[in-house]
Design a protein around this ligand. Structure first.
Ligand SMILES: Nc1ncnc2c1ncn2[C@@H]1O[C@H](COP(=O)(O)OP(=O)(O)OP(=O)(O)O)[C@@H](O)[C@H]1O
Length: 574
């Protein structure tokens, strides 16, 4: 389907409000014409000094149109903006709903600033699709028909004169503007997006930029993009000015032409002179409907460019396919992996190559190995962020692909090295794991994660804000909150991916203690570089280049003298 047609489908639910706003917009312009025409008639009539009673109709007309114009304008703005904001809100929800299944696999292709730009600026750009693209031509057409009929009632030639100038201003000028501004709308949308992405990148990397003394270079990049954006804006402003001048010229030419045609009619006695100003000024004010038209193509181009960018994201197929029907109910929580092979993309090398293991329900399994061996990839597959190409992974006897990702994730808690804490209170961050948790559950989980005392020492306890990404907390405190979250979620399977990485040895030992409490009674898979606390594991798998090269318990692996042993010796020099 064409982009504009898809856009129409998205805004279709609000067609009634839009139609009403369009009708009100027409009535506003019509009242303006009526006001101008009756005023001109009144002044011309009054100049002849008739009895006041004869002018009563015109006086009432001026009052009526003066008031109706204001009322219609208010109502038109009210309904048009109401419809527009509803459309915007619908678009944002639609875009966000479409994004969710794409996370994280498909969204990695975009810079975070780029996505923010799409959801904020591109959706915002679509605000003008109805207001500045769809409504103005419709209103102009209605006004033209009404004024043409009115003038034709006096004299057809007057109506045809209006038709000529009106169409020149409404069709030829916009086409000229389109020719001059072709591609500008698209380039503006793209440049604005690049600028936004660059700004977000700059703000996120502020510390690194300062540390490496690269502020100057970053500023240059932002300046270059801003300059480009300003040039484009300048170009649009120039074209807008030119089109306004041309429309103004055509508007005045219309008035002159009508006067030139009508004056002889008055002289020939075919037209009462009192109507002269009324006809000329009425025709002049009908151009109010033409004024927004020259920029219609520019706004259309911008809207279509923004819509295409949104559709490009939402059209991406999710990395995992959901089977129809309900997800199975696992009878137990053992994880079985057999013949597992996986690559992130068809043209990329295999990251996992023939992996087999069984993690019995309630058991503890550790995966260790050098960087890039494929350990975290396994977590990505367990959570169905990606789907594997060959082999099988099953939970409680059911293939993972049979579960919907949402259902599957209900059975799994994850604690990773990069705990994301929202810029919210401690309480809100904890409730993420179990929104219904009450006043007893939160402190219980926090106590088990050994973070309760610390939270209570904060100025506002559980209602203290943790700052963006929890910047007000230390690494160990963030990890403890992540453990408390996992305790609250109370899922039967636990995935720990480098949960203590980056902590100092003392904090690591303390956090490990909390982790061991978390593991109790849960099927646990631990991924780690650091070979500490692995004596408690039922089995350890040593990964190298996507394969299991050694497996066994801690002691056996040390005795074997292979990769595990050398990793151990590196980390524990004598
Ligand atoms: N989203 C991705 N797209 C493409 N390739 C990826 C992606 N994520 C990881 N890889 C590649 O897959 C391989 C395995 O990465 P993975 O993160 O699983 O290793 P790891 O053993 O967990 O390493 P580390 O211990 O350093 O975290 C690496 O070569 C990495 O470059």
């Amino acid at each position: 389907m064409k982009t504009w047609a898809r856009l129409m489908v998205l805004i279709a639910p609000y067609w009634k409000s839009m139609l009403l706003a369009t009708a009100l917009s027409f009535l506003t312009v019509a009242s303006g014409i009526g006001l101008m025409a009756t005023s001109a008639y009144l002044i011309a009539g009054a100049a002849l000094h008739p009895p006041v009673l004869e002018l009563m109709e015109a006086i009432v007309g001026v009052r009526f149109f003066g008031i109706s114009r204001a009322v219609f304008r208010y109502l038109e703005r009210y309904f048009a903006h109401d419809a527009t904001f509803r459309v915007l809100s619908r678009l944002r929800v639609w875009f966000y709903t479409a994004l969710e299944p794409l996370a994280p696999a498909r969204l990695m292709e975009y810079r975070s600033g780029e996505l923010v730009s799409r959801i904020v600026a591109d959706v915002g750009t679509l605000e003008q699709f109805y207001l500045r693209v769809l409504a103005p031509p419709l209103v102009a057409l209605l006004v033209l028909l009404a004024v043409f009929a009115f003038l034709a009632w006096f004299e057809l030639r007057l109506a045809l004169t209006l038709l000529f100038f009106f169409l020149t201003a409404a069709v030829a000028v916009p086409l000229g503007v389109r020719a001059l501004s072709r591609g500008t709308g698209r380039r503006m949308v793209e440049t604005r997006s690049a600028l936004n992405a660059q700004m977000v990148d700059t703000i996120q990397g502020m510390t690194e930029i300062a540390a490496f003394n690269r502020a100057g270079r970053q500023q240059e990049q932002v300046k270059a993009l801003s300059g480009k954006f300003m040039d484009l804006q300048g170009r649009v402003a120039g074209i807008r000015g030119l089109s306004a001048a041309l429309t103004g010229l055509l508007m005045n030419l219309t008035m002159w032409s009508i006067l030139l045609l009508a004056i002889p009619l008055v002289q020939q006695g075919k037209l009462d002179g009192v109507y002269l100003a009324m006809l000329a000024l009425g025709a002049l004010s009908s151009f109010e409907a033409v004024l927004p038209l020259p920029m219609v193509f520019q706004h259309l181009e911008e809207s279509l460019a923004a819509a295409r960018r949104l559709f490009a994201v939402t059209d991406a197929a999710p990395a995992v396919q959901e089977l129809p029907g309900p997800s199975p109910e696992p009878r137990s929580y053992d994880l079985r992996v057999s013949g597992l092979r996986f690559r992130y993309a068809p043209d990329e090398p295999r990251v996992l190559d023939g992996v087999n293991f069984v993690l019995p329900g309630g058991g503890r399994l550790a995966i260790v190995g050098p960087s890039g061996a494929g350990k975290s990839t396994l977590v990505n597959l367990f959570l169905r962020f990606w789907d594997y190409q060959e082999g099988s992974i099953s939970l409680g006897g059911h293939e993972l692909k049979a579960f919907s990702p949402d259902d599957l994730r209900r059975y799994i808690s994850v604690v990773t090295q990069h705990t994301y804490l929202f810029n919210a209170t401690v309480r809100e961050n904890l409730l993420l794991a179990q929104p219904g948790a009450g006043e007893k559950e939160l402190p219980r989980a926090a106590r088990e994660a050994q973070i309760h005392e610390f939270i209570q020492s904060l100025p506002r306890g559980y209602d203290t804000y943790v700052g963006e990404k929890g910047y007000k907390l230390s690494g160990g405190q963030c990890q403890r909150l992540a453990i408390a979250r996992a305790l609250l979620k109370n899922a039967p399977v636990l995935l720990l991916d480098e949960a203590t990485a980056g902590l100092d040895p003392v904090t690591e030992l303390e956090v490990m203690e909390s982790i061991h409490r978390l593991m109790e009674g849960r099927t646990t898979l631990v991924i780690t570089h650091r070979l500490t606390g692995l004596e408690r594991m039922d089995e350890i798998l040593v990964f190298e280049r996507g394969r299991i090269v050694e497996r066994g318990r801690h002691r056996d692996l040390l005795k074997r003298g292979g990769l595990y042993r050398s990793m151990w010796e590196l980390q524990n020099p004598v």
